[in-house]
Design a protein around this ligand. Structure first.
Ligand SMILES: [Mg+2]
Length: 264
């Protein structure tokens, strides 16, 4: 989960000013948290309320409530237009989205669940409430599944194999970097985020890869960072720097979730 938050904060200043290079300062005073961090923590807040999820319909209602509550504290954090109206009007029906929001907010599920099967089921539930299009669900399930596998000791090849069930990745970062534009759909940004992880040598390298292709930088880096954290871990210094960007309300959710899932 911290990996998503770091990716979001590092990518925040590049979303509308892409930097197609791996050479940049990770954290500057111009960085800030955006919707990716806020919604990731809204998912964590819903999970904080359960020792174990058995009633998935009840969990969805809890999550909708959490997203409305946390989301409305941050009306200007960068939501897509349709999603913001869902938050603002406290809508409860899904709207068949396949935006990458379902993938950027799902990482807590991979830390919370006790099995891959539970991870996938919970991930689908988090997508269902808004992003119930098959591509929206696929984005959430594949990212949460990869997080679960990475944190439970799977190798890079095993994770790549798992992801290939969802996406055919037939491009390299170097190939797409000159032409890749701003895409907010799961199908046009989740595979790219995975490739940034597959070609990495460390957590930081993965995030730099994600930024370097441009596009929806904060969200792509949040997705890449989700999986990279689970695979490599994150240095305490980097973690503390990211935490310094959060406010008290978000930090409270963050700390409670980490305590619950025993993430240091
Ligand atoms: Mg964002």
């Amino acid at each position: 989960m911290t990996g998503a938050i770091i990716g979001d904060i590092v990518g925040s200043r590049f979303e509308f000013y892409n930097r197609k290079s791996k050479d940049f300062t990770l954290f500057t005073p111009r960085c800030f948290f955006t919707d990716d961090t806020v919604m990731t923590l809204a998912v964590a807040k819903a999970l904080n309320e359960y020792e174990a999820v058995t009633d998935y319909e009840a969990f969805k209602r809890t999550l909708i409530k959490s997203m409305h509550e946390v989301g409305n504290y941050y009306p200007n954090c960068g939501y897509g237009g349709r999603f913001y109206s869902w938050i603002r009007n406290r809508e409860t029906a899904p709207y068949n989205s396949y935006g990458n929001g379902s993938a950027m907010r799902v990482s807590p599920v991979g830390w919370y669940a006790k099995s891959l099967e539970e991870t996938e089921r919970l991930a689908k539930a988090t997508a269902d409430i808004t992003h119930n299009h098959s591509e929206g669900i696929k984005g959430a399930v594949s990212v949460a599944g990869a997080v679960y596998l990475a944190r439970t000791g799977s190798t890079m090849d095993e994770i790549r194999n798992y992801v290939s069930r969802f996406y055919k990745i037939d491009f390299t970062l170097d190939e797409i970097r000159p032409i890749y534009g701003f895409y907010e759909t799961c199908q046009d940004s989740v595979p790219q985020a995975f490739e940034a992880f597959f070609k990495s040598e460390s957590f930081e390298d993965a995030v730099r890869n994600a930024i370097s292709i441009g596009g929806d930088s904060d969200t792509i880096a949040a997705i890449t960072g989700s999986v990279a954290e689970a695979f490599y871990g994150i240095d305490a210094g980097l973690r503390e720097t990211a935490e310094s960007y959060l406010d008290e309300r978000l930090l409270k959710i963050y700390k409670e979730f980490n305590k619950k899932t025993e993430v240091k």
